[in-house]
Ligand binder design. Structure first.
Ligand SMILES: [Zn+2]
Length: 310
Protein backbone atom coordinates (compact mmCIF):
# COMPACT_ATOMS: atom_id res chain seq x y z
CA UNK A 1 0.00 0.00 0.00
CA UNK A 2 1.30 3.42 -0.91
CA UNK A 3 1.60 6.08 1.83
CA UNK A 4 -0.86 8.45 0.10
CA UNK A 5 -3.64 5.89 -0.20
CA UNK A 6 -2.93 4.70 3.39
CA UNK A 7 -3.41 8.24 4.70
CA UNK A 8 -6.58 8.75 2.59
CA UNK A 9 -8.17 5.60 3.97
CA UNK A 10 -7.47 6.43 7.66
CA UNK A 11 -9.34 8.82 9.90
CA UNK A 12 -7.49 12.05 10.91
CA UNK A 13 -6.74 10.89 14.49
CA UNK A 14 -5.00 7.77 13.20
CA UNK A 15 -2.92 9.87 10.77
CA UNK A 16 -1.78 12.22 13.57
CA UNK A 17 -0.77 9.24 15.75
CA UNK A 18 1.07 7.70 12.78
CA UNK A 19 3.04 10.94 12.11
CA UNK A 20 3.84 11.32 15.82
CA UNK A 21 5.23 7.76 15.98
CA UNK A 22 7.38 8.34 12.88
CA UNK A 23 8.80 11.58 14.32
CA UNK A 24 9.51 9.88 17.69
CA UNK A 25 11.45 7.09 15.94
CA UNK A 26 13.53 9.62 13.95
CA UNK A 27 14.44 11.76 16.99
CA UNK A 28 15.10 8.91 19.41
CA UNK A 29 17.34 7.06 16.91
CA UNK A 30 20.14 9.58 17.31
CA UNK A 31 19.85 10.53 13.65
CA UNK A 32 19.65 14.23 14.53
CA UNK A 33 22.64 14.02 16.90
CA UNK A 34 24.77 12.35 14.24
CA UNK A 35 23.77 14.95 11.67
CA UNK A 36 24.68 17.74 14.09
CA UNK A 37 28.01 16.09 14.85
CA UNK A 38 29.03 15.73 11.21
CA UNK A 39 27.94 19.29 10.42
CA UNK A 40 30.13 20.68 13.20
CA UNK A 41 33.08 18.51 12.10
CA UNK A 42 32.83 19.79 8.56
CA UNK A 43 32.82 23.40 9.60
CA UNK A 44 35.61 23.01 12.15
CA UNK A 45 38.68 25.11 11.71
CA UNK A 46 41.22 25.17 14.51
CA UNK A 47 41.67 28.91 14.19
CA UNK A 48 38.07 29.41 15.15
CA UNK A 49 37.68 26.80 17.84
CA UNK A 50 37.97 27.87 21.44
CA UNK A 51 39.10 24.61 22.92
CA UNK A 52 38.67 25.63 26.55
CA UNK A 53 40.50 27.37 29.34
CA UNK A 54 43.99 26.01 29.54
CA UNK A 55 46.84 27.36 31.52
CA UNK A 56 49.89 27.26 29.30
CA UNK A 57 53.04 29.23 29.63
CA UNK A 58 53.99 31.02 26.41
CA UNK A 59 53.46 29.57 22.97
CA UNK A 60 54.63 26.54 21.06
CA UNK A 61 56.07 27.05 17.58
CA UNK A 62 56.34 24.08 15.24
CA UNK A 63 58.46 24.59 12.11
CA UNK A 64 58.30 22.19 9.18
CA UNK A 65 61.49 23.38 7.53
CA UNK A 66 61.69 23.04 3.75
CA UNK A 67 64.54 20.61 3.18
CA UNK A 68 63.25 19.27 -0.13
CA UNK A 69 62.75 15.50 -0.26
CA UNK A 70 63.52 15.01 3.44
CA UNK A 71 62.22 15.83 6.95
CA UNK A 72 63.27 18.48 9.45
CA UNK A 73 60.97 19.70 12.21
CA UNK A 74 61.76 22.20 14.96
CA UNK A 75 59.67 22.67 18.09
CA UNK A 76 60.37 25.79 20.06
CA UNK A 77 58.97 27.39 23.20
CA UNK A 78 60.21 29.56 26.07
CA UNK A 79 61.60 26.49 27.81
CA UNK A 80 63.70 25.06 25.01
CA UNK A 81 64.00 23.45 21.61
CA UNK A 82 63.32 20.04 20.11
CA UNK A 83 64.55 18.80 16.74
CA UNK A 84 62.93 15.93 14.87
CA UNK A 85 65.21 14.86 11.97
CA UNK A 86 67.77 16.98 10.12
CA UNK A 87 67.26 16.75 6.36
CA UNK A 88 69.69 15.33 3.79
CA UNK A 89 73.51 15.52 3.97
CA UNK A 90 73.63 18.76 1.99
CA UNK A 91 71.12 20.45 4.34
CA UNK A 92 73.43 20.31 7.37
CA UNK A 93 75.25 23.64 6.94
CA UNK A 94 72.06 25.43 5.93
CA UNK A 95 70.23 24.14 9.01
CA UNK A 96 73.09 25.24 11.28
CA UNK A 97 72.73 28.80 9.88
CA UNK A 98 68.96 28.66 10.14
CA UNK A 99 69.06 27.67 13.82
CA UNK A 100 71.79 30.24 14.56
CA UNK A 101 69.53 32.91 13.05
CA UNK A 102 66.80 31.78 15.47
CA UNK A 103 69.31 32.23 18.35
CA UNK A 104 69.24 28.55 19.17
CA UNK A 105 72.32 27.17 20.89
CA UNK A 106 70.87 24.15 22.68
CA UNK A 107 68.46 21.37 21.80
CA UNK A 108 66.82 19.78 24.81
CA UNK A 109 65.80 16.78 22.75
CA UNK A 110 66.90 15.64 19.32
CA UNK A 111 65.03 12.74 17.71
CA UNK A 112 66.48 10.96 14.68
CA UNK A 113 63.29 9.13 13.71
CA UNK A 114 65.15 6.46 11.71
CA UNK A 115 68.47 5.85 10.01
CA UNK A 116 67.71 6.94 6.42
CA UNK A 117 69.76 9.75 4.88
CA UNK A 118 66.76 12.05 4.28
CA UNK A 119 66.19 12.12 8.07
CA UNK A 120 69.71 11.97 9.55
CA UNK A 121 71.78 13.50 6.72
CA UNK A 122 72.46 16.83 8.45
CA UNK A 123 72.58 15.36 11.94
CA UNK A 124 76.40 15.30 12.19
CA UNK A 125 76.46 19.09 11.58
CA UNK A 126 73.77 19.58 14.24
CA UNK A 127 75.69 17.46 16.76
CA UNK A 128 78.96 19.32 16.02
CA UNK A 129 77.45 22.81 16.30
CA UNK A 130 74.89 22.74 19.11
CA UNK A 131 74.62 21.58 22.70
CA UNK A 132 72.37 18.54 22.77
CA UNK A 133 70.95 17.44 26.11
CA UNK A 134 69.24 14.25 24.92
CA UNK A 135 69.81 12.43 21.63
CA UNK A 136 67.20 9.78 20.73
CA UNK A 137 67.01 7.24 17.94
CA UNK A 138 65.80 3.68 17.38
CA UNK A 139 68.18 0.87 18.34
CA UNK A 140 68.34 -0.41 14.75
CA UNK A 141 71.64 0.51 13.14
CA UNK A 142 72.85 0.48 9.56
CA UNK A 143 76.19 0.66 7.78
CA UNK A 144 75.80 3.66 5.47
CA UNK A 145 78.41 6.43 5.43
CA UNK A 146 75.71 8.88 6.60
CA UNK A 147 74.88 6.75 9.62
CA UNK A 148 78.56 6.28 10.45
CA UNK A 149 79.06 10.06 10.25
CA UNK A 150 76.29 10.43 12.82
CA UNK A 151 77.87 7.85 15.16
CA UNK A 152 81.30 9.51 14.77
CA UNK A 153 79.84 12.92 15.59
CA UNK A 154 78.16 11.52 18.71
CA UNK A 155 81.43 9.96 19.83
CA UNK A 156 83.51 13.09 19.15
CA UNK A 157 81.07 15.11 21.25
CA UNK A 158 80.90 12.56 24.07
CA UNK A 159 77.22 11.99 23.44
CA UNK A 160 75.40 8.71 23.81
CA UNK A 161 72.15 8.00 22.05
CA UNK A 162 69.14 6.74 23.91
CA UNK A 163 66.29 4.64 22.48
CA UNK A 164 63.04 5.72 24.11
CA UNK A 165 60.32 3.21 24.92
CA UNK A 166 56.70 3.34 23.90
CA UNK A 167 54.55 5.58 26.07
CA UNK A 168 57.61 7.30 27.55
CA UNK A 169 57.02 11.03 27.95
CA UNK A 170 59.31 14.03 27.95
CA UNK A 171 58.45 17.54 29.05
CA UNK A 172 59.44 20.87 27.57
CA UNK A 173 57.73 23.37 29.85
CA UNK A 174 54.01 22.79 29.50
CA UNK A 175 54.57 20.89 26.28
CA UNK A 176 54.38 17.10 26.58
CA UNK A 177 56.11 14.77 24.12
CA UNK A 178 54.80 11.20 24.15
CA UNK A 179 56.50 8.34 22.35
CA UNK A 180 53.73 6.48 20.51
CA UNK A 181 55.91 3.95 18.71
CA UNK A 182 59.52 2.84 18.22
CA UNK A 183 60.25 -0.02 15.82
CA UNK A 184 63.03 -2.60 15.86
CA UNK A 185 62.42 -4.44 12.59
CA UNK A 186 65.84 -4.53 10.93
CA UNK A 187 64.77 -5.19 7.35
CA UNK A 188 62.57 -2.09 7.05
CA UNK A 189 64.16 1.05 8.44
CA UNK A 190 61.06 3.15 7.67
CA UNK A 191 59.07 1.03 10.08
CA UNK A 192 61.60 1.62 12.87
CA UNK A 193 60.55 5.30 12.89
CA UNK A 194 59.96 6.91 16.26
CA UNK A 195 56.37 8.24 16.27
CA UNK A 196 55.72 11.16 18.61
CA UNK A 197 52.63 12.97 19.80
CA UNK A 198 53.21 16.47 21.13
CA UNK A 199 50.49 18.05 23.25
CA UNK A 200 50.40 21.68 24.29
CA UNK A 201 47.29 22.68 26.22
CA UNK A 202 44.37 21.45 24.15
CA UNK A 203 46.32 21.38 20.88
CA UNK A 204 48.24 18.40 19.53
CA UNK A 205 50.63 17.33 16.79
CA UNK A 206 51.49 13.84 15.50
CA UNK A 207 54.90 13.15 13.94
CA UNK A 208 55.02 9.85 12.08
CA UNK A 209 58.49 9.64 10.50
CA UNK A 210 58.23 7.29 7.52
CA UNK A 211 56.00 4.54 8.95
CA UNK A 212 53.94 2.39 6.57
CA UNK A 213 50.30 1.38 6.95
CA UNK A 214 51.22 -1.82 8.80
CA UNK A 215 52.59 0.31 11.66
CA UNK A 216 49.65 2.71 11.33
CA UNK A 217 47.39 -0.30 11.93
CA UNK A 218 49.46 -1.27 14.97
CA UNK A 219 49.05 2.14 16.61
CA UNK A 220 45.48 2.78 15.44
CA UNK A 221 43.99 2.48 18.92
CA UNK A 222 46.70 4.37 20.80
CA UNK A 223 46.51 8.04 21.74
CA UNK A 224 47.00 9.39 18.21
CA UNK A 225 44.10 11.82 17.76
CA UNK A 226 45.77 15.13 16.84
CA UNK A 227 45.03 18.54 15.35
CA UNK A 228 48.06 18.48 13.04
CA UNK A 229 49.42 15.38 11.27
CA UNK A 230 52.90 15.14 9.78
CA UNK A 231 52.00 12.85 6.89
CA UNK A 232 54.19 9.77 6.96
CA UNK A 233 56.84 8.94 4.34
CA UNK A 234 56.50 12.11 2.25
CA UNK A 235 52.91 11.21 1.33
CA UNK A 236 53.82 7.91 -0.35
CA UNK A 237 51.23 5.28 -1.24
CA UNK A 238 52.49 3.02 1.58
CA UNK A 239 51.00 5.09 4.37
CA UNK A 240 48.19 7.44 5.43
CA UNK A 241 45.38 4.89 5.21
CA UNK A 242 41.70 5.81 5.50
CA UNK A 243 41.53 4.12 8.91
CA UNK A 244 44.58 6.00 10.17
CA UNK A 245 43.26 9.37 8.99
CA UNK A 246 39.93 8.66 10.67
CA UNK A 247 41.68 7.78 13.93
CA UNK A 248 43.99 10.82 13.94
CA UNK A 249 41.19 13.06 12.66
CA UNK A 250 43.45 16.06 12.03
CA UNK A 251 42.37 19.51 10.88
CA UNK A 252 45.77 20.13 9.28
CA UNK A 253 48.29 17.90 7.53
CA UNK A 254 51.84 18.62 6.40
CA UNK A 255 53.72 16.76 3.67
CA UNK A 256 57.48 17.24 3.63
CA UNK A 257 58.40 16.63 0.02
CA UNK A 258 60.78 17.80 -2.73
CA UNK A 259 59.63 19.49 -5.91
CA UNK A 260 59.54 17.05 -8.88
CA UNK A 261 61.06 14.28 -6.78
CA UNK A 262 61.94 10.99 -8.48
CA UNK A 263 59.63 8.98 -6.20
CA UNK A 264 56.56 10.84 -7.41
CA UNK A 265 55.67 11.72 -3.82
CA UNK A 266 53.09 12.54 -2.66
CA UNK A 267 50.87 9.83 -4.09
CA UNK A 268 47.63 11.04 -5.74
CA UNK A 269 45.54 8.72 -3.58
CA UNK A 270 47.10 10.08 -0.38
CA UNK A 271 46.10 13.59 -1.47
CA UNK A 272 42.63 12.30 -2.35
CA UNK A 273 42.15 10.73 1.09
CA UNK A 274 43.20 14.00 2.76
CA UNK A 275 40.92 16.09 0.53
CA UNK A 276 37.94 13.78 1.07
CA UNK A 277 38.15 14.63 4.77
CA UNK A 278 38.57 18.39 4.25
CA UNK A 279 41.98 18.26 5.95
CA UNK A 280 43.82 21.47 5.11
CA UNK A 281 47.10 20.19 3.68
CA UNK A 282 50.39 22.08 3.42
CA UNK A 283 53.35 20.85 1.36
CA UNK A 284 56.94 22.03 1.65
CA UNK A 285 57.38 21.85 -2.16
CA UNK A 286 54.52 24.33 -2.72
CA UNK A 287 54.40 26.28 0.55
CA UNK A 288 58.06 26.38 1.60
CA UNK A 289 58.66 26.33 5.35
CA UNK A 290 55.43 25.93 7.31
CA UNK A 291 55.15 27.28 10.87
CA UNK A 292 52.32 26.46 13.29
CA UNK A 293 51.81 28.68 16.34
CA UNK A 294 49.84 27.29 19.28
CA UNK A 295 48.83 29.17 22.42
CA UNK A 296 47.40 25.96 23.84
CA UNK A 297 43.90 26.86 22.71
CA UNK A 298 44.09 27.69 19.03
CA UNK A 299 46.54 27.12 16.20
CA UNK A 300 47.63 29.57 13.53
CA UNK A 301 49.69 28.78 10.45
CA UNK A 302 52.24 30.81 8.52
CA UNK A 303 54.13 29.75 5.40
CA UNK A 304 57.44 31.18 4.23
CA UNK A 305 58.33 30.66 0.58
CA UNK A 306 61.82 29.25 0.07
CA UNK A 307 63.72 29.89 -3.15
CA UNK A 308 65.87 26.78 -2.96
CA UNK A 309 64.08 23.49 -3.23
CA UNK A 310 65.24 22.47 0.21
ZN1 LIG B 1 62.00 9.82 4.46
Amino acid sequence: MKLKSFIKKQNPIKVIVFVAVVLYVIFSSGFIDDAKKSASMMSSSIDEIEKGDVNTEGNLEVYFIDVGQADCILLKNDNGNVLIDAGNNEDGAKLVNYFNDLNIDTFDYVFATHAHEDHIGGMDDIINNFTIKNFMMPSVVTTTKTFEDLLDALEENNLKYYTPYEDETFDLGDCKIRVIYVGNEENDLNDTSIVLKVTFGDTSFLFTGDISSSIEDEILFRDIKSDVLKVSHHGSSYGTSDEFLDAVNPSYAVISVGENNVYNHPDDNTIKRLNQRDIKTYRTDNDGTIIFYSDGISINVKTIQTDTNG
